[in-house]
Design a binder for this molecule. Structure first.
Ligand code: NAD
Length: 262
């Protein structure tokens, strides 16, 4: 990662301080310091085990009861249920409290922004949440915990209690369309912002990554904070290759000695 205190960080601090309609797009990289691995970073789930991606394909999930059984078995161990927010999440809460955060769009499913204290109305979870389950037939939603209790009680593939349909975590799998209303909110925010921060995302998953294009088209400066290069680096106003938990508090002016470090 780059050197702390580079010119880009200093200029970005001024950009953040001067903006009034900031949109932040976060990805898995903001939660790695909470112990949740990303997908494509050096220690990413898929970097280490490319076959794991199969579990996340809607088509396989629907077609194959064994895939569902495996998904439910591994779900209980998902680090999102025990992880706590880190200083990156905290910094975005502080930014919101300045009244200048238009929206916090996240690709993450871990709920850590809300646990850190971000206003749930500001958080747009474009890839859903692992804390709920949804019926693929009637769209009824219940808590993940209640589904996991049924799995613990012996149901290998718990069905919807309303209609008997297939239940799945309320996350967007590959091959599954994003919820239209949620995507629309994200698109509107990206098109209306006066500063767009992309934090901890490889910007390779669409339509999420395309939100950067919308901000650019709207004339907003775009700052990418990510350890590794992204396809949008050339278009960005600034690219900061720093550890998110360290750089984000500095960008929003909340870096304090003794503050949460990870
Ligand atoms: P990604 O795995 O494709 O990319 C994450 C990026 O973050 C990488 O480029 C990596 O270099 C960078 N990064 C990791 N830790 C960092 C740190 N501490 N400081 C700076 N940079 C860091 O993630 P993505 O773009 O969000 O796409 C992955 C998809 O997987 C998303 O749809 C998301 O829903 C899902 N996912 C979510 C979680 C979660 O909820 N925490 C975890 C894994 C995957």
């Amino acid at each position: 990662m780059g050197t702390w205190g580079t010119g880009d960080v200093d200029v970005t601090i001024d950009l953040v301080a001067g903006a009034h309609r900031i949109v932040v797009l976060t990805g898995a990289g903001i939660s790695t310091e909470s112990g949740i691995p990303d997908f494509r970073g050096p220690n990413g789930v898929w970097t280490k085990d490319p076959a794991a991606a199969r579990l996340f394909t809607l088509q396989n999930y629907v077609a194959d009861p064994d895939v569902r059984t495996r998904a439910w078995q591994t779900r209980r161990d998902h680090p999102a249920f025990t992880a706590t927010p880190n200083s990156g999440h905290d910094a975005l809460v502080a930014l919101e409290r300045t009244g200048r955060l238009l929206a916090l769009i996240t690709q993450n499913i871990d709920g850590l922004h809300q646990r850190a204290g971000s206003d749930p109305d500001k958080v747009i979870e474009i890839h859903g949440t692992v804390h709920e389950v949804e019926c693929l037939r009637c769209a009824d939603r219940t808590t993940m915990l209640s589904a996991l209790d049924r799995v613990a009680a012996g149901e290998s593939d718990p069905a919807c209690l309303i209609c008997g349909g297939i239940l799945k975590s309320a996350t967007i799998s590959f091959g599954q369309a994003l919820h239209e209303r949620t995507l629309r909110r994200a698109v509107t925010a990206a098109a209306e912002c006066d500063l767009f921060l992309a934090v901890g995302t490889s910007l390779t998953v669409h339509p999420a990554a395309g939100l950067v294009d919308l901000a650019l088209e709207a004339g907003a400066p775009v700052v990418i904070i990510n350890a590794e290069p992204t396809p949008y680096d050339e278009d960005a106003t600034f690219v900061i290759r720093e550890r998110i938990g360290a750089v984000l508090p500095a960008l929003v002016g909340t870096a304090e000695p003794g503050g949460r470090t990870a």
